[in-house]
Design a binder for this molecule. Sequence first.
Ligand code: PBG
Length: 324
Amino acid sequence: MQQLRRSRRLRVNDAIRSITRENVLTPNDFLVPLFAVEGKGIKEEIASMPGYYRYSLDLLQQEVKELWAMGLKAVLLFVKVPDDLKDNKGTEALNPNGLMQRGIKTIKDAVPDMLVMTDVALDPYSSYGHDGIVENGYIVNDPTAEVLAQMALSHTQAGADFVAPSDMMDGRIFAIRETLEEEGFKNTGIMSYSAKYASAFYGPFRDALDSAPGFGDKKTYQMDFANRNEAIKEVMMDVEEGADIVMVKPGLCYLDIIRDVKNVVDVPVAAYQVSGEYAMVKAAAEKGWLDHDAVMMEQLMAFKRAGTDLIATYFAKDAVKLLG
Ligand code: PBG
């Protein structure tokens, strides 16, 4: 019998592979997480995230200029808060002159067109290391959502383009959206961490911000990783409440969720390749067990193929350098 269909015809050389390739990565695919600390002249490497740093605001300015020159257009800002400013209610989060608020202004001063997305959650500010206010050992929902709305407002007033609530309280997207509308901020975007799972892959990030929970875990608010349908419920709730972009987190273990979500929403879908995923690649590459760049690009492409519109990744700079 004659072979009529031969898949290998489309793989014969680089040119045919290039013109028939289904997905491409560009700098527009990436969101760059940034960690800010107090001080001057500080660029300190995070022990469990080799090649990733916390910056004081003076040096953050340089970093952001470099990112913009590379074609990267959006950053996701996190701050490491000094211990003496932490309390149960996250009071410091609302300080108009806090590190986050100054960080936003610093980035906007350095590169006015850079999209600044800010982390909205209490854990870096919480004496308990939880994403919400603790009462009798429980993370209370509605009072937390109110603080998050004020926090989002404060970031917006400082100049944030997007706020990115990463806490998983119910109703916080509505609370934030309502507050922003009332205050006249009609064009501030909300990127919601909608389907965020209680994951062991966040370990290195908690080192970076010194934000590990002081007691218990985050399973009463973050999702159970056994669940798939629930992700759709979470995402649909957030879209109804006014989210402009929805996110699935972590990334690679959750590509099934990303695809499910992509199939049902009409807003962009982001995914977060989290700190533990980054650390695994770095560790294996350090040992000489994996080809760092090849594995990185294969993983990033997997996000695209699964349906991700925006990838928050610590590899953004490395990847863009390779894209050339
Ligand atoms: C907390 C927050 C976490 C991350 C982003 N925001 C950790 C957590 O939920 O405990 C993790 C990011 C990463 O691991 O790269 N609001």
